[in-house]
Design a protein around this ligand. Structure first.
Ligand code: SF4
Length: 242
């Protein structure tokens, strides 16, 4: 089955998250997976996905620098939803990274560190897939402001599905409360956005919700959701599992 993404993309902007997830799971079967960093938006996405399909695939980029609370949440997610989180690691252990690139690379060159521990592992994982699902929201960062619910990911060369792209933080938290969705307890300690221990701090009153990520540097994204230059027409044929 082949369809033009640009046509579906227009339709999908009117779909609810469950409808987008149903389309993705039906179209791509086992060749689509939810990517989660287990932030609160990611938890909502997992809960929604579990209502659409019980045995959906989910993977996480385990940098080996995550908070204990995040690892604990992963274990709770596996039990609650009956799924196995596919953990994706860097080719280098933290010790090998220090040996090859020196100590505390995240301080001297966070882009290089993110590239080694997130971007390249993601690139490898996505070669297994025809589509990936993310929990990004347009109002999180400038780079995410133009994201569509369904789009061609020019950077990694597959379909990218963003069911929550038009949600606000308030909508996310309302869903969490209404459906008793588990979440990272650090969110209750002024960590609205949670990444690696080395690069995440609690925010102070009045600060931007992402001010605690790479604080003190210009960096706002790990590079996973930064669009590559568009080299070809947006008309893209979708390779499906069917
Ligand atoms: S968030 Fe920090 S520690 Fe984690 S991969 Fe990026 S630079 Fe490295």
């Amino acid at each position: 089955m082949k369809e033009h993404l640009s046509f579906i993309q227009t339709q999908a902007e009117k779909w609810k998250p469950e409808e987008i997830l149903r389309w993705a799971f039906t179209t791509f079967g086992r060749n689509v997976a939810v990517a989660s960093g287990f932030g609160v938006e990611g938890m909502v996405l997992l809960d929604l996905a579990s209502r659409v399909r019980r045995d959906f695939r989910v993977f996480t980029l385990d940098t080996e620098f995550l908070f204990p609370e995040t690892y604990d949440l992963m274990d709770r997610v596996e039990k609650r939803y009956g799924i196995k989180v596919e953990r994706v690691y860097s080719a280098l252990t933290p010790e090998e990274q220090e040996r090859d690139h020196g100590p505390a690379l995240w301080k001297r060159s966070p882009d290089q560190c993110c590239n080694l521990r997130k971007v390249e592992p993601l690139r490898g994982k996505l070669t297994e897939l025809a589509a990936w699902v993310t929990a990004i929201r347009r109002d999180q960062t400038t780079a995410r402001a133009t994201a569509h619910k369904l789009e061609w990911d020019h950077k990694f060369g597959l379909v990218k599905v963003n069911p929550l792209v038009d949600w606000t933080s308030e909508m996310v938290w309302r869903y969490v409360v209404a459906h008793n969705v588990p979440y990272n307890p650090l969110h209750d300690q002024n960590y609205p956005s949670i990444g690696c221990t080395h690069c995440t701090r609690a925010i102070r009153p009045g600060e931007d919700p992402r001010a605690g990520r790479w604080a003190g540097s210009e960096k706002t994204e790990c590079g996973l959701h930064v669009a590559a230059p568009v080299a070809s027409s947006p008309l893209v044929e979708i390779k499906t599992s069917q």
